[in-house]
Design a protein around this ligand. Structure first.
Ligand SMILES: [Zn+2]
Length: 339
């Protein structure tokens, strides 16, 4: 689809979990981990106007925890009503536009050798009420869309009742660029009320097969959000015009409600370095990070070009009213002491 597909990429893994022989085993056996949806930002630096190419790969997976799980191939329907391969959720295919674009791609959960996915003891750091209490956006707007929704129509998001830890692999970050991440996170935190905790540097490399639970590395908790300054060599989905990717992994018990438990955000360090040399480079780089964080939190692209979640980041004015209203909703998803 490279060079044609305008937009969105998703990967969905559906590993199987066989729970421990506890009282909860009847639930845990049907754990479903589905890689969440995300998106890649596509950069058209050096690309001619009117050549709105996008790159992306779509790969859906869906099934119950009891089904044989494979992490390859495609299995069709997405319960969240997401797009299937080759479709553009924004309808912007082929339209000329700014020379900076974003599209979709995603990172996902991984299964163990037997197709199972581990989970930490539930409820770590979970409070009884949301940790933040953001003010509703000043300007109402419905120009937002969620990557996934539960059966009641509520968006899939992170539990607002526990902090969202993150680690950064900034070894390849352009000079002065690493500081843009905390500023973007601050803006997302203000909009959602989600409390972020900087767990510092990591040497973990991004991977589409990243396990959401890595007790050897991060202890008995969901792995933190991994933010990586990386390269297309390490992260092939950053190839071509893609400047960033981001997404989260949701978790559910059987057909129960889904919530995100971890995520990842990858930034193409060489491309970002080039962008940062432009006069508006800092604003643009910040917009890319915010856009990808928007995907991490659960926002989908929109067709309204005013919004930062528009798939073309041409006028990096920061979060707009639709983005802010969507993020506000994502900060009001249910607490999840059971995850
Ligand atoms: Zn995007």
């Amino acid at each position: 689809m490279e060079g044609q597909d305008p937009g969105h990429s998703q990967r969905r893994h559906q590993p199987r979990h066989s729970g421990p022989a506890t009282a909860a085993a009847r639930f845990i056996r049907r754990l479903i981990v589905l890689a969440a949806l995300g998106c890649a930002a596509f950069l058209a630096a050096g690309m001619a106007y009117g050549d709105p190419r996008f790159a992306g790969v779509l790969n859906f997976r869906l099934g119950s925890g009891d089904q044989s799980a494979s992490r390859q191939g495609d299995s069709g329907q997405d319960p969240a009503g997401q797009d299937s391969a080759g479709q553009d959720p924004t309808g912007q295919a082929g339209q000329p536009g700014p020379d900076r674009r974003s599209g979709g791609a995603q990172a996902g959960a991984s299964a163990g050798p037997d197709g199972t996915v581990g989970a930490p003891p539930p409820g770590r750091e979970e409070a009884g009420t949301p940790l933040g209490n953001p003010e509703p956006p000043a300007e109402p707007s419905t120009s937002y869309k969620f990557l996934a929704v539960n059966s009641d129509g509520a968006p899939v998001g992170y539990s607002p009742c526990r902090p969202l830890h993150y680690v950064v692999n900034a070894s390849l970050a352009p000079e002065g660029a690493a500081g843009l991440v905390p500023l973007a996170i601050q803006a997302i935190s203000k909009a959602t009320g989600i409390q972020f905790v900087d767990d510092g540097a990591t040497d973990e490399q991004p991977s589409d097969q990243r396990a959401p639970y890595q007790p050897e590395t991060y202890g008995e908790r969901w792995a933190p959000l991994l933010i990586s300054w990386t390269t297309p060599d390490v992260t092939p989905k950053l190839g071509g015009k893609v400047i960033g990717t981001g997404g989260s992994t949701y978790y559910s018990y059987g057909t129960g409600p889904k919530s995100y438990v971890t995520g990842s955000l990858e930034l193409d360090a060489p491309q970002m370095a080039t962008e940062l040399e432009r006069p508006d480079g800092t604003a643009y780089a910040t917009a890319v990070i915010l856009h990808e964080l928007g995907h991490v939190m659960g926002l989908e692209h929109v067709t309204d070009p005013v919004q930062l979640m528009y798939p073309e980041i041409g006028a990096p004015d920061g979060l707009a009213a639709g983005d802010l209203n969507g993020l506000y909703q994502l900060g009001r998803t249910p607490c999840r002491a059971d995850l």
